[in-house]
Design a protein around this ligand. Sequence first.
Ligand SMILES: [Zn+2]
Length: 361
Amino acid sequence: MEALRAAERTCSSPGVLQAGRPLTCPGREPLPPATALPADHTYGEPSDRPTASVVAAGTRMEVECGMSVGRRQILAAVAGGVLSGCSAPPRTGAVRSPSAQPGTGTAPSGTGGATAAPASRAPGRVAPTRAEVVARYGRATPSSWGFDAPGVLGRLPSAERVIALTFDACGGPGGDGYDEALVGFLREHAVPATLFLNSRWIDANQAAFGQLAADPLFEIGNHGTRHVPLSVSGRSAYGIPGTRDAGEVFDEIAGNREKLTGLLGRPPRFFRPGTAYCDDIAARIVTDLGERLVGFTVNGDAGATFTAGQVEHEVAAVPPGSIVIGHMNHPGHGTSAGIAAAVPQLLASGHRFVRLSDVVR
Ligand SMILES: [Zn+2]
């Protein structure tokens, strides 16, 4: 474990989005400077425009490793109504410029500094209850806010020529789509990937979820219950109000965690909050609940707004050990075609693709 953490620290560094590019975060559309957001804007109201011109690009993502539960069990769970609705995301909120932005370096598409990784919960240990989390962190004051909270995994802890493709499905109005072309390509070429699914997306795509969860090519991560920033003090990101206290942080993590555990027969290993924003106290709560924060190395599709050519350009050039973030909830955008163009180039240059759990122990 120590070796792993050391490797993560060595490999990870904070970064920023590239100058001249739309301000984006992995869970959102890019944010144009002064024009109305597109009709299918997924992540907030038109007022969701930060005033910052540069944002540290580091996130976390969570993945769940190999499916030990059979397709029959998963489909039965779906048919049995295990999937339940979850609350709609906040749709309004004052625009705030993220302050105390961690990681304002100049790496073009890098992110995710794995800073001092908190100790993971020991296997088999019972996760704390909501009341215990509130008692433990209810009076704590966060000291960081952004994408690179302590413990975030920003690169793969491997020296091999491996790449982890990860795709978010954020759910909610405008975000419940399913990019079947992308998934079909991955299947056709046996390219493994990690899928971060929000609770609302699962509810809206029950049949697709069952198929994805039953496919050992993919692993499922926790992308939150309401898809909101993870804050113990009500911080906002992109105009979306985050969780207001430690109890709501627990709810955001545990709601979808419970859903996924029921559907998959095992809890997810990894967590990425909606908008990817998180403070250091919330990060500790994620760890206490037994999940791992994971960032990304390369923003592959800028919230599914890149053209296919842009996606290809970004993804085909990623260095070994990269965690690539894209989106699987915007069919018809550039992600699918861009990935399809980039993957053969990466394979030809000697890379292989992995799920996070294949290299993160
Ligand atoms: Zn998202």
